[in-house]
Design a protein around this ligand. Structure first.
Ligand code: ZN
Length: 219
């Protein structure tokens, strides 16, 4: 059988630069460089296949990123970011999983819409009676979420020994790009563009290689 597929998702791209660092670094470039480095390391280890949602500087809507992973039958989806925060003093890596508990009304409405539409539901349930499809769907979602949390814990543990962590480094929110019902998904903030040290570190290939080693090891 073919090796399991990991889909890496470099955040942003094209017309969306993502966060812009204090010295002008674009998050989209750092995210792509880090994803390509992680891809190299994972391929070298030879335990999985690796695909990227984007291998160049192009804009891809969030739902399309999820769709790419689903179309290819990914077993793990990892989105790579280095966003900005209002407080330039905050630095370190952190890992995010999807959560039902939304932080505000807008996010709650978004989640409701997403969940009821079930656009990313498992295609294998399409021919079943709705009640059964709904039960199976919720079992798959539960399993996916616990898989996501487990992977996030591993990545946090691994990053903690290799690069600096944010306080409370395991966090959750209604990230749309993590909404695949059937693929364990995590979003890694490798650091923050709003912090001068993090930005400078993420510009360096050796630092990105260290982040990638941690992420690769954590599987
Ligand atoms: Zn981002």
């Amino acid at each position: 059988p073919p090796l399991p597929l990991v889909v890496l998702d470099p955040g942003h791209g094209g017309k969306d630069p993502g966060a812009i660092g204090v010295s002008g670094t674009y998050e989209k470039h750092v995210a792509l460089a880090a994803a390509q480095e992680l891809q190299r390391q994972l391929m070298r280890a030879g335990r999985c296949r690796v695909a990227l949602t984007r291998g160049r500087d192009v804009f891809i809507p969030l739902q399309d990123r999820v769709a790419i992973a689903q179309r290819q039958g990914a077993r793990l989806f990892m989105s790579l970011h280095a966003d900005a925060l209002a407080d330039p003093g905050v630095r370190g890596a952190s890992v995010y999983t999807l959560s039902d508990t939304a932080s505000d009304a807008q996010t709650a409405a978004l989640a409701r819409r997403e969940n009821s539409a079930d656009r990313f539901g498992g295609p294998s349930f399409r021919d079943m009676p709705p009640a059964i499809a709904s039960i199976l769907g919720s079992l798959v979602r539960q399993e996916t979420r616990s898989g996501s949390v487990r992977i996030a814990r591993n990545v946090v543990g691994s990053l903690g020994s290799g690069v600096g962590l944010l306080t409370h480094p395991s966090r959750h929110a209604g990230f749309m790009v993590l909404r695949a019902a059937d693929i364990p998904s995590v979003l890694v903030e490798m650091g923050f563009m709003s912090n001068p040290q993090d930005e400078a570190a993420l510009r360096r290939p050796d630092h990105r290689a260290r982040v990638a080693r941690c992420a690769a090891r954590s599987r």
